[in-house]
Design a binder for this molecule. Structure first.
Ligand code: ADP
Ligand code: ZN
Ligand code: ZN
Length: 743
């Protein structure tokens, strides 16, 4: 019998996952040893027995066979680590990376840190008194005090860190409220609120018939032991979160744990409180404001069974629960669910694998589902639900599309179309709020004609060319390039430009045209500190300003009842981005942005300005018609051989020398030539990346396309094999399946 060897890591909660050691698998234990198995091995000079985990099995040892020791024993009983290591192994196979990289992704990192005591603030006065006090403080312009009082009027107790982090309250403000005997502080250990349970129940809503149907159908499956993925397509405000909470409650009552993914940007104070109010201290939240030590503590609580629900961005998937019953992904179309570093995993796919390992169900929700999920839902691979109405009412806004080419012809050179100007004046006079949205994404490279709207595209791909520093225009999907144009190839106009108007420029322009108005601006510059994002939003909510100007950050999940006008200044900007997801992303952004208007009792209006008003993404977003957009987009994806119809894998090459990446890519292409012929796999490139150099590292890529992802994975395995043996001369190769962003 051939010998079998295992790589074992001894201490997996170490700051860096330890170096693996090679052991021989004795014949007697063969049946029981698999990746993830917990084993006992002799370690060190004294051969003391230590606990370790198998992370890989192999036929050939990577160590001198004469010195290799044998695994002594296998521990039975499923451990948390077992499933996480299996998951890491799957991630490694699926996306390509080293096992250590995969392990570092899934295992919580331990760091020595002092356990912080949880401080809690409690309201000492009645709810009515707190509200009256809050009003009095507002009159005296004591905004911070008022915010604390309002929050405490709603919830009698609030965690100190939540208050300081999410509501930006300083220690001195809290001190002065304590002095006034309005609040008191206790440590969590000393305090357990007996009323807690009843306050949670108070927040439970009676579900509407359509909400209840979703819950009933999913639950019926669950009780029959059916586990699958479901998609809930429902506009914002259609009650998806209530459905999630109802399902969570049922699964938790069944003794299982729940993971709920929410994009970091939507993890606002309101959202967090909503879950805490319903589930109390059985819920924990991971976000980027937590330190590594705090994150580790949260994971420990999950492992010990102190919590049932973990909420957070994509890394919350790796909360070490022993028995997961349900994984929810809200706003499942968000690009942040894809990791940008190796392994470049997609949280949706990992969630499905994790659910398989645990026997759990997956529920996805979105107002504008990803093409991938909607496709699977329509072909019956996913359970599928639609929530059509807003629970709290409100009317859909009227949407106008303004043709910026026409404005230019009329002699209007400002960033605001005539109609938008007129509506802005109207709202300023009525003292209603305005949101102006500029999609800044990718405005640098994209070249379009300001007279006719023509976007200069690659003749071989349906993506726009990007302008390179050397003056040439390049397609980085196929490598096609041509010299930069000085006149529009369509109409001859000399106004062929990259659009450049940052939010700052818009603010300036706004003041010049409409005079002194209170304006808030939200972009990367004004949100450098962790909490400034929420600070700006709460200021706008409190009507401290009449106008909010911002990038896509302002369109995510917030309700501003006083906003009656939304202006989208140049809807084309994301269409210029050179990737096949541009149409989808534009549609999602415009739909979200348009949905900002008319949330309250006042009806809203939306102005979409565009150089290509006839583009289907823009037309369907204006009509808020997801299905029609989907059909049209699917046709283009299928013509181009893109997901969800086909799969692609980008092989990214990073190197310190210019052009070396291309030569290296050429080698890989040669290597795959036969395989490609045999499987009819398309290879495009190698070509320079859209951003050819970042931080002195040159980037180039090779694209592989095939309807079947398994074929691409085989190609990846071949490349990984070859890379492990060849001389890469410092070049780094990464794999990105169905990339989310332009490279
Ligand atoms: P979504 O997650 O789809 O945006 P939410 O679940 O947040 O929708 O619901 C939107 C608003 O409607 C929330 O304020 C929520 O409390 C309220 N709501 C949802 N379902 C109900 C219901 N069945 N009865 C009363 N209010 C509801
Ligand atoms: Zn033109
Ligand atoms: Zn091309």
């Amino acid at each position: 019998m051939e010998k079998l060897y295992a790589r074992v890591i001894i201490d997996i909660s170490h700051e860096k996952v330890d170096r693996p050691f090679c052991y021989e698998v004795p014949e007697l234990l063969r049946k029981e040893i698999e990746v993830g198995a917990c084993v006992e091995v002799p370690f060190g000079k004294g051969n003391t027995l230590r606990k370790g985990y198998v992370i890989e099995l192999m036929d050939v040892p990577d160590f001198d066979p004469n010195l290799i020791k044998e695994i002594q024993d296998v521990k039975t009983g499923v451990q948390v680590e077992n499933k996480l290591i299996k998951l890491a192994h799957w991630i490694r196979e699926e996306y390509g990376s080293t096992m250590i990289q995969a392990l570092q992704t899934v295992l919580p990192v331990k760091q020595k840190i002092k356990q912080k005591e949880n401080r809690i603030l409690i309201r000492k006065c009645t709810q009515q008194d707190a509200l009256e006090m809050a009003e009095a403080c507002e009159k005296k312009h004591q905004g911070a005090k008022a915010r604390v009082l309002r929050a405490l009027a709603e919830d009698r107790e609030i965690s100190y860190t939540l208050l300081t982090q999410k509501l930006h309250i300083s220690a001195s403000t809290i001190q002065s409220l304590k002095k006034a005997d309005l609040i008191e502080e206790v440590s969590e250990r000393a305090y357990r609120n007996p009323l807690k349970d009843s306050t949670f129940l108070a927040d439970k809503k009676v579900l509407s018939i359509s909400q209840q149907k979703v819950v009933d159908d999913i639950w019926a499956d669950y009780e029959q032991g059916v586990r699958k993925t479901y998609l809930i397509h429902g506009i914002t405000g259609s009650g998806k979160t209530e459905v999630y909470m109802e399902l969570i409650e049922k699964v938790v009552a069944d003794g299982k744990s729940v993971i709920m993914l929410i994009p970091e940007i939507a993890l606002t104070y309101q959202t967090v409180m909503r879950f805490q109010r319903r589930f109390g201290d059985r819920v924990s939240i991971l976000n980027s404001t937590l330190s590594a030590g705090e994150k580790f503590d949260q994971c420990e609580r999950a492992k010990k069974g102190e919590i049932d629900i973990m909420i957070g961005p994509r890394s919350a998937l790796f909360a070490p629960f022993t028995q997961i019953g349900l994984i929810l992904i809200d706003e499942e179309h968000e690009t942040t669910y894809k990791s940008e570093t190796m392994p470049k995993y997609h949280a949706r796919e990992v969630a499905e694998e994790l659910a398989r390992l645990h026997g759990a169900s997956v529920v996805l929700g979105s107002a504008t589902p990803s093409m991938e999920s909607y496709y699977k839902a329509t072909v019956g691979e996913y359970g599928f639900f639609t929530l059509k109405e807003r629970v709290t009412g409100g009317t859909l806004p009227s949407v106008y599309i303004e043709d910026l080419r026409e404005e230019l012809r009329k002699g209007n050179r400002s960033i605001f179309s005539d109609r938008l100007q007129e509506l802005i004046r109207d709202r300023l006079a009525k003292k209603e709020q305005i949101m102006l949205f500029l999609n800044r994404r990718g405005y640098s490279g994209f070249i379009s004609c300001r007279s006719c709207g023509h976007v200069i595209k690659c003749p071989h791909c349906d993506v726009s060319l990007s302008k390179h520093a050397n003056g040439r225009m390049v397609c980085h999907y196929c490598g096609y390039e041509q010299p930069a144009v000085t006149a529009c190839p369509n109409c001859g106009s000399k106004y062929v430009l990259g659009f450049k108007a940052g939010t700052e420029k818009i603010e300036e322009e706004f003041r010049r045209m409409f005079g002194e108005v209170s304006i808030l601006r939200m972009d990367r510059d004004t949100t450098k500190t962790k909490d400034s994002y929420e600070e700006i939003l709460s200021q706008f909510m409190e009507e401290k300003a009449q106008v909010l100007i911002g990038t896509q950050m302002i369109v995510k999940g917030h309700d501003f009842p006083k906003v009656t006008l939304v202006g989208i200044l140049a809807a084309d900007l994301s269409l210029g981005v050179n990737d096949y997801r541009a149409g989808e992303r534009t549609f999602q952004l415009l739909t979200q942005a348009a949905g900002r208007a008319g949330r309250g009792v006042l009806p809203g209006e939306v102005v979409i300005q565009s150089y290509q008003p006839e583009h289907y993404s823009i037309r369907w977003a204006a009509k808020q018609n997801y299905e029609s957009f989907y059909q049209e987009e699917l046709m283009y994806r299928s013509l181009g051989g893109y997901p969800p119809i086909a799969n692609m894998m980008m092989v990214q090459i990073f190197g310190e020398e210019e052009n070396a990446g291309i030569a290296f890519g050429e080698k890989m292409k040669q290597l795959l030539k036969e395989f490609a012929l045999e499987h009819r796999m398309v290879i495009i490139g190698p070509a320079n990346a859209g951003i050819g150099k970042i931080k002195d590292v040159y980037r180039s890529c090779l694209i592989l396309k095939h309807p079947n992802k398994e074929v691409l994975k085989k190609a990846k395995n071949q490349l990984e094999q070859w890379l492990s043996t060849c001389e890469t001369e410092g070049k780094i190769v990464q794999f990105d399946f169905n990339p989310m962003n332009a490279f």
